[in-house]
Design a binder for this molecule. Structure first.
Ligand code: 13P
Length: 336
């Protein structure tokens, strides 16, 4: 039995001045992050790092509406025995869970991927609900290069996102639908206009599939990329990114979707903040526009922490600072 309405959870996830912390790095990805600060990745160090973030009261209470967790983290306990999900709830934030099993090579489509994880998902969602998760995330990955993406890859990823979303809603869990058009793929030298065209195509396809799968748009959150140059191309101005992103979203995302929470995708911390603020300050939009950042919320905190207990307060301050800057960006009031 579900008690909360999907619409209410979705609205809470994009509450004024708040956004989502993506802390759902898989064991492989968090190892790469820890390697960058020369910290060994073990169940305990991963717990310590994430406990530091979730106990950052100022950040969590004021700026973070929800936290996306990885399976391991949803089952972990803080050093004092409190489940980490309970720490998040105690701060007034909502625990969420990444439920996809990652992007794998798509047969017959060289250079393209399909996200796996639909088998057994209904049962896993029931378990995650019992563990306290009220929203979930599934990331489809679309790469741009010569001749890519193909229609086959766009369609198959959109179909998987739609079936995931329908299963989530059946389980009383709000789906974050994340079709990511990569900025940092290979060669990553595509223009912002090519990103616009591909993002528009992908989002139109995703919403067609969501409609066909009878997903309630009022009970979901979209997590898209911004419309932006490839990582190795010229850098468009903040105003151009904001204008093209908002135009693309208005052309594709129905007004019944309560909120859009961007991924940062390899932008620097400040770029991700500046772009979000520029959109919210200059445009009227039918949905809330906020952040669901991983790297852009955590990079400074990870560095300040460096794996040392004596640096926990510094790590929390660094996290709180970025969370506050992005909260201002969600209100359109951030300035350099
Ligand atoms: P980034 O903000 O680091 O892109 O991560 C967000 C995320 O959840 C990607 O799936």
């Amino acid at each position: 039995m579900t008690t909360e309405r999907l619409e209410d959870i979705a609205v809470a996830m994009v509450a004024d001045g708040k956004g989502i912390l993506a802390a759902d790095e898989s064991s492989g990805t968090i190892k790469k992050r820890f390697d960058s600060i020369q910290v060994e990745s073990t169940a305990d160090t991963r717990r310590d790092y994430r406990e530091m973030l979730f106990r950052a009261d100022d950040a969590m209470k004021n700026y973070i509406s929800g936290v996306i967790l990885y399976d391991e983290t949803l089952r972990q306990k803080a050093v004092d025995g409190t489940p980490l999900a309970e720490l998040i709830k105690a701060a007034g934030s909502i625990p969420g869970i990444k439920v996809d099993a990652g992007a794998k090579d798509l047969p017959n489509f060289p250079g393209e991927s399909i996200t796996e994880g639909l088998d057994g998902l209904r049962e896993r969602l029931q378990e995650y609900y019992g563990l306290g998760a009220r929203f979930a995330k599934w990331r489809g990955v679309i790469a741009i290069s010569d001749g890519l993406p193909t229609w086959g890859a766009v369609k198959q990823n959109a179909q998987a996102l739609a079936r995931y979303a329908a299963l989530c809603q059946e389980a009383g869990i709000v789906p974050i639908v994340e079709p990511e058009v990569l900025m940092d793929g290979k060669p990553g030298d595509h223009s912002i206009d090519r990103c616009y065209d591909v993002t528009e195509w992908v989002l139109k396809t995703v919403f067609t599939e969501l409609y066909d799968a009878r997903v309630s748009l009022e009970g979901m959150i979209l997590k898209p990329n911004m419309v932006i140059d490839g990582k190795n191309a010229r850098k468009a101005s903040v105003e151009e990114v904001a204008e093209k992103t908002v135009r693309c979203l208005k052309a594709t995302v129905p007004a019944s979707v309560p909120g859009i929470a961007f991924l940062s995708g390899g932008q620097s911390d400040e770029e991700a903040t500046a772009h979000l603020s520029a959109m919210n300050s200059a445009y009227d939009m039918p949905w809330k526009l906020t952040f669901s950042y991983g790297r852009a919320l955590q990079a400074a905190a990870l560095k300040a922490w460096g794996g040392k207990t004596e640096n926990v307060a510094a790590g929390q301050r660094a996290f709180a600072h970025r969370a506050r800057m992005n909260s201002m960006a969600a209100a359109g009031t951030w300035k350099t």
